[in-house]
Ligand binder design. Structure first.
Ligand SMILES: [Zn+2]
Length: 388
């Protein structure tokens, strides 16, 4: 299994790099326009149609190939969205962003990234200690470099041996916490209220900005939005790291809900409005999953996604509908089981994960109906807890 990760750092681009970024943006838009006009979207046919037309650009051919390849991806997404009946504008790149998979070098001794610019005249960007340390990990292969006018990101990959999990950890993400239930019957909760506090703080700052100049306001809110995301990201990184470390230590797989829509976010208390706050919450939900997924893959830990429908309202013992009680408790209308709503959701996610991926298929002891055995064990533990 191939796992991919990326490492980022800030940098200040010189005039040559800014010029390259701008040229890349123009080439990308040219390729997209050609692809739309000629109705092609495969890499091969777009290369044939577009490569010669990029001759007017005085850039190394590496970047032309990368612009074509990136345009192919953009065209594919655009066509897919259109096929699904979504109303989408014709794609046009405004941001300065350049991705290259060829020609660059990581110079460890010079502590720099060397980028092709003119023949035999590469450009050099200093790399910080963190990036150099990450890239010195054994057995990794550097794949690509992405530059914007503020940040550089280097992606790298390695082959990992997938582990045969001895159990599963299910994760239920909520606005203020992360509740886990595992196939050994353990429950846990990780507090994420700090992330909510950060969001609330920035919301407060924004609400005090009453500037008439829309442009200044957008710039300021943009800046706070970025800082806020970085802070929340750090909190989420801490949580995702702990979860993956735990899964690795115990050789367990991870189960999460498929967050295809935003239905889950409508659960009471999770989603307040469709405005900025709602978008921020939606973003932090998917960001946590993204982090867990790539960190887990890097360790060879399987990640399973299950259908989220009903996980928050169905009884994790009998499957009947639950009735909300005080203090975030739910009570089953049918079997009377009373449980914390997040624990109940985590247990439902776990049960679905076990059904989709009987984790112990490799070990003989568990071959017979592994799923029932596990669910019963969890239930028994929880029942004694709620009874006492
Ligand atoms: Zn029940």
């Amino acid at each position: 299994m191939r796992a991919v990760k990326a490492v980022q750092q800030h940098y200040t681009p010189g005039s040559e790099i800014l010029q390259m970024l701008e040229q890349f943006r123009q080439m990308l838009n040219d390729c997209v326009r050609i692809g739309l006009a000629e109705n092609v979207s495969s890499l091969k046919s777009l290369s044939t149609k577009a490569y010669n037309q990029l001759a007017t650009y005085d850039v190394m051919s590496y970047y032309k190939l990368c612009a074509i390849s990136k345009a192919t991806g953009i065209l594919k997404n655009y066509r897919k969205a259109k096929r699904q009946g979504m109303r989408v504008k014709e794609p046009y790149a405004r941001q300065l962003q350049l991705t290259t998979c060829y020609g660059f070098k990581i110079k460890t001794i010079e502590k720099a990234l060397s980028l092709p610019f003119k023949p035999k005249q590469p450009l050099s960007i200093p790399l910080n200690a963190h990036v150099l340390r990450v890239l010195s990990e054994p057995n990794i292969q550097v794949c690509s470099v992405t530059l914007t006018d503020q940040q550089l990101s280097i992606s790298y990959a390695k082959e990992v041996e997938p582990i045969q999990p001895h159990g599963l950890i299910a994760i239920d993400r909520n606005l203020d916490n992360l509740t886990v239930a595992d196939s050994d019957g353990q429950m846990g909760r990780r507090n994420l209220a700090k992330a909510t506090e950060v969001k609330a703080m920035y919301r407060e700052i924004r609400s005090h900005m009453r500037r008439n100049d829309l442009r200044i306001r957008q710039r300021v809110t943009g800046k706070y939005g970025r800082k806020e995301r970085e802070k929340v990201k750090r909190i989420l990184h801490h949580a995702s790291k702990q979860i993956v470390l735990d899964a690795k230590r115990r050789e367990f797989g991870i189960v999460m809900e498929k967050l295809t829509g935003i239905r889950k976010l409508y659960r009471k208390g999770n989603w307040q409005g469709r405005g900025y706050r709602g978008r921020m919450n939606a973003w932090s939900f998917t960001e946590l999953q993204r982090q867990i997924e790539y960190k887990a893959r890097w360790q060879g830990i399987p990640v399973i996604y299950v259908n989220p429908s009903g996980t928050s309202v169905k009884c994790s013992i009998c499957g009947s509908r639950m009735k909300p009680e005080e203090n975030r408790q739910l009570k089953c209308r049918s079997c009377g089981f009373t449980v914390d709503r997040d624990v109940n959701a985590a247990r439902n996610i776990l049960a679905r994960g076990v059904r989709f991926a009987p984790f112990a298929s490799a070990s003989e002891a568990m071959v017979q109906e592994p799923q029932r055995k596990v669910i019963l064990k969890v239930d028994a533990d929880e029942l004694t807890k709620s009874a006492s």
